[in-house]
Write a protein that binds this ligand. Structure first.
Ligand SMILES: C[S@@+](CC[C@H](N)C(=O)[O-])C[C@H]1O[C@@H](n2cnc3c(N)ncnc32)[C@H](O)[C@@H]1O
Length: 464
């Protein structure tokens, strides 16, 4: 390489590609520079922020010539907030890059060439598509560039989203465009209440204080809202008036709960839950089925996208009514129930007890009698599967399957596997572990997360 690259250098770069993780790629004499906020066909000046032996990282300083794939980002926090980083990228391009990233992961991580990765199915809504948002409280908020120059700025309390790389400060946002507008109004009311509350806000460094997170959940089909307030200790006198205020103001808020956690980890899940107003679940509908969802149960965050995803899974499963199905990592039983009308039986396996309770109630609610559930860590519960399934659905968390689980899947040897994944890298790794025994058919990317680089995929696998 003729040019010496050092941290702090500002270089002129032409962005030629998009890397998985959402950064633009530029090459200097074959040396790779990942450029944050860079879009293919941009020419930029960028500051090198990290230099390693095989690659460097940089951040755009000036846009010298804008890519035709750039579009104005509607959110004022775009470029600062870590929530969605691709608002400035044309949506069709987002879908193309997501498809390529799935293909590249299968090739590079899984060593699988030529898999038929179909064009990405786009999200019906590109904004206001999220049915769940988590906002963190902090005693220190992130100051916006225009606030830094002002003399009278209150640096204290903030409720909002994190800026990448800063765990203890939050961006005190007025609105997040990924959630429906009503969610922003609720966020505003909760902010005002916390601001005037005598109870202190939790410090993400000091680990002292009361108010920790606000989680909002929305049901698209029934327009119901759940408000989940996460606090460090139990203090009903402080939180109950907030619940009353919210349900009095918004008839659509049908559930208010208080999760309590003393754990230092930044996860908005309580060690226990107190019910404050309305019900403790909200009801959502996917296709003809209704699902009651409680605060701590997994539910796909893009409801309309979930219908697209489950329809693909159902098509790939190709059920005739004669098959026994196993649904690994079943959450609230949504896929199990969605497939139940075309299966002989379905067994769902899940470790979160609340989710399984929701799943059982959801079966009753929908008059589904051929689905049962096994609660516990799949590593230790797969031996309880009594009938060898013809079809297996596998929808693991981002980390993918534990290798013991892969082993048990191969022992059970279902004729068909439908692998659903929110992480192309772990999907590629897991499929590589079973590719000697299964032929990988079509892979369908489904975009559940517009303006982020995240992508959901469904893979059809047939036993050899
Ligand atoms: C990606 S979600 C899938 C949920 C469901 N299929 C759906 O579409 O709503 C993964 C689920 O796996 C569960 N899970 C994660 N690790 C597990 C394990 N070791 N054993 C059992 N369940 C697990 C999580 O609680 C979560 O509900």
């Amino acid at each position: 390489m003729t040019i010496k690259i050092k941290r702090g250098h500002i270089l002129e770069l032409s962005i030629s590609d998009m890397a998985f993780g959402g950064k633009g790629v530029a090459k200097i004499d074959g040396f790779t520079v990942f450029v944050d906020m860079g879009v293919p066909e941009d020419v930029v000046t960028a500051r090198i922020t990290k230099k390693k032996k095989n690659y460097a990282e940089a951040r755009v300083v000036d846009l010298l010539s804008a890519s035709p794939f750039r579009q104005p980002a509607p959110c004022p926090y775009s470029g600062i907030c870590g929530g969605c980083k691709w608002q400035f990228l044309d949506y069709q391009k987002q879908l193309e890059y997501k498809r390529s990233h799935v293909q590249e992961s299968l090739e590079h991580i899984g060593g699988m060439q030529g898999v038929n990765v179909l064009p990405t199915l786009g999200s019906l809504k590109q904004f206001a598509y999220r049915n769940k948002m988590e906002f963190s409280c902090s005693d220190k908020r992130w100051l916006l560039p225009e606030e830094m120059s002002r003399e009278t700025v209150e640096p204290g309390f903030g409720i909002g989203l994190h800026v990448p790389g800063t765990f203890y400060k939050v961006l005190d946002i007025d609105a997040c465009l990924l959630q429906p507008e009503r969610g922003n109004e609720i966020l505003d009311d909760v902010r005002a209440y916390i601001r005037s509350s005598p109870a202190p806000v939790y410090g993400l460094r000091s680990h002292k204080g009361y108010w920790r997170f606000l989680m909002l959940r929305h049901s698209v089909a029934l327009d119901q809202w759940m408000v989940n307030i996460i606090t460090a200790i139990e203090d009903q006198k402080t939180v109950a008036p907030l619940a009353r205020l919210l349900v009095d103001k918004y008839p659509e808020i049908t559930a208010v709960v208080n999760n309590i956690t003393a754990k230092k980890s930044g996860v908005a899940i309580g060690e226990y839950e107190i019910h404050l107003a309305g019900k403790s679940t909200i009801t959502e509908r996917i296709g003809e089925f209704e699902f009651d969802i409680s605060a701590n149960s997994f539910f796909q965050t893009n409801t309309r996208g979930a219908k697209t995803l489950y329809d693909v899974a159902k098509r790939f499963a190709g059920l005739t009514g004669a098959e026994n199905v196993v649904d690994l990592y079943c959450g609230t039983g949504t896929i199990a129930i969605y497939l139940s009308d075309m299966a002989k039986s379905v067994v769902g396996l899940e470790m979160v007890t609340d989710a399984v309770q929701d799943a059982k109630k959801n079966c009753e609610k929908n008059g589904v009698g051929n689905v049962r559930f096994i609660t516990g860590d799949i590593r230790f519960t797969m031996d309880q599967i009594e009938t060898v399934p013809e079809v297996m659905i596998i929808d693991p968390p981002r980390a993918g399957m534990h290798k013991d689980v892969v082993k048990k899947v191969l022992e059970l040897a279902p004729a068909k596997i439908v692998y659903v994944s929110c992480n192309p890298a772990t999907m590629a790794r897991d499929l590589a572990l079973i590719k000697d025994h299964y032929t990988v058919g079509d892979v369908q990317p489904v975009d559940m997360f517009p303006h982020t680089y995240h992508i959901e995929s469904v893979a059809a696998l047939i036993r050899k």
